[in-house]
Design a protein around this ligand. Structure first.
Ligand SMILES: *Cc1c(COP(=O)(O)O)cnc(C)c1O
Length: 404
């Protein structure tokens, strides 16, 4: 059967507008499309493919488990899920884990937990506070907690009891706090919102306010987690421990899995029968995620994240000053953002498209920020090649006569 990019328009719901190319194969941080053209992958499947493509560690874990057992349901537990949960609890603050299939589901679980926890304290303790420009997923509850109105418009009525305040504004958060708040939800580094790290003072202040008002502090580490920040989870980078942490994306390295992490005490809120998922914690996904987790939780990966982040920052600053497209570089670890300069405001997507023409895959984070979230094991040579292709792409773009 022959399929092409045109097929997408004929058979798929139009909620996405994928690129013109269709990759068919990958190896480490390189991809090849239907025509056999090669690309350097600086996108990492949007912060997912932490070990690159077709990594033998993952291929082995998958094929070994595929020959044994794929699915049981929650009527029975399974060894891969228990091993993964043990590894996660040993490496983090968490004492209890809930598995699901995506970031949105991990947040849905966390927000439901927060409501139930609040309810157990008092009937009015149900308010969730989150931040403008935050992104927490695309279910109705998670887009409502997220801070981007464009994702809820047209889907009303949306769940009530959610307040938004400006990110990194501790005074605004303090003003919004009272004893009816059951949770503060934040991304330690806002991903979709433009690669904005929380300030140390803001994270510490949020922790203190949550404790003072007996509210849960929830960190959404769907994007910032699993080694991406240079620590296993970004909370460890800040040295501020949340009550609940949600993650997904890099956790599976490409197999769909999400998780909600919490303490033994708070976990009691989600008593028998209160929440669930058919596929959550299935042996196949957990076996792969466990192999990924062991492979990324190493000093060598942490060192590579730091070194490649520096290489990307320096390279992007050089491209920015050569072609005037960026006005700086920001981010944390291998979540790297280059905000567009005044002349290129709103045009990050044009850089992504020009990059693809030159054989490098990058991302946007909103219209004004070029984003990179490559594999954590990307090599120095792959980053250098990706930067040089991006440099050529920007040179061509800048030289092009502006469309009227
Ligand atoms: C991607 C993302 C989500 C949603 O994850 P899905 O797997 O797409 O549901 C939630 N929160 C953050 C911070 C994300 O980056």
């Amino acid at each position: 059967m022959n399929v092409s990019r045109q097929t997408f328009n004929e058979v798929m719901v139009p909620n996405y507008q994928p690129a013109e190319i269709i990759p068919v194969r990958g190896e480490a941080s390189r991809l090849w499309d239907q025509q056999g053209r090669e690309y350097i992958d600086l996108a990492g499947g949007i912060a997912v493919t932490v070990l690159g493509h077709a990594n033998p560690i993952m291929v082995n874990a998958l094929t070994e488990q595929a020959g044994k057992l794929w699915h049981l349901s929650n009527v029975m537990t399974n060894e891969p899920a228990l091993k993964l949960a043990k590894a996660i609890t040993e490496a983090t603050f968490a004492e209890r884990v809930f598995f699901c299939n995506s970031g949105a589901e991990a947040n849905e679980a966390a927000f439901k937990l927060a409501r139930k926890y609040g309810n157990s304290i008092g009937p009015h303790k149900n308010k969730i506070i989150s931040f403008f420009n935050a992104f927490h997923g695309r279910t109705l509850f998670t887009v409502s907690v997220g801070g981007q109105a464009k994702y809820t418009q047209g889907f009303e009525p949306i769940p009530a009891g959610i307040d938004h305040v400006p990110f990194n504004d501790l005074a605004a958060l303090e003003a919004a706090m009272n004893d009816e708040v059951c949770a503060i939800v934040l991304e330690p580094i806002q991903g979709e919102g433009g690669l904005l790290p929380a300030t140390q003072a803001f994270i510490e202040g949020a922790r203190a306010l949550a404790t003072r008002h007996k509210a849960l502090l929830i960190f959404d580490e769907v994007q910032s987690g699993n080694g991406r920040s240079g620590q296993l989870y970004a909370y460890q980078h800040y040295g501020v421990v949340p009550d609940v942490l949600t993650t997904a994306k890099g956790l599976g390295g490409g197999i769909p899995i999400g998780a909600m992490l919490t303490t033994a005490k708070i976990a009691e809120t989600l008593a028998f029968g209160t929440h669930g998922s058919t596929y959550g914690g299935n042996p196949l996904a957990c076996a792969v995620a466990h192999a990924v987790f062991e492979a990324i939780n190493t000093p060598a990966i942490r060192a590579n994240v730091t070194a490649r982040a520096t290489q990307l920052h320096e390279g992007l600053l050089a491209i920015g000053s050569r072609h005037g497209v960026f006005e700086g570089v920001r981010g944390l670890g291998l979540l790297v953002g280059a905000p567009m300069s005044a002349t290129w405001k709103g045009k990050a997507k044009e850089i992504v498209n020009a990059g693809l023409k030159h054989g490098v895959w990058t991302l946007v984070a909103g219209p004004d920020v070029l984003r990179m979230a490559p594999a954590l094991n990307i090599s120095e040579a792959e980053v250098a090649e990706g930067l040089s292709r991006l440099d050529a792409a920007c040179a061509e773009l800048v030289a092009m006569p502006k469309a009227a």
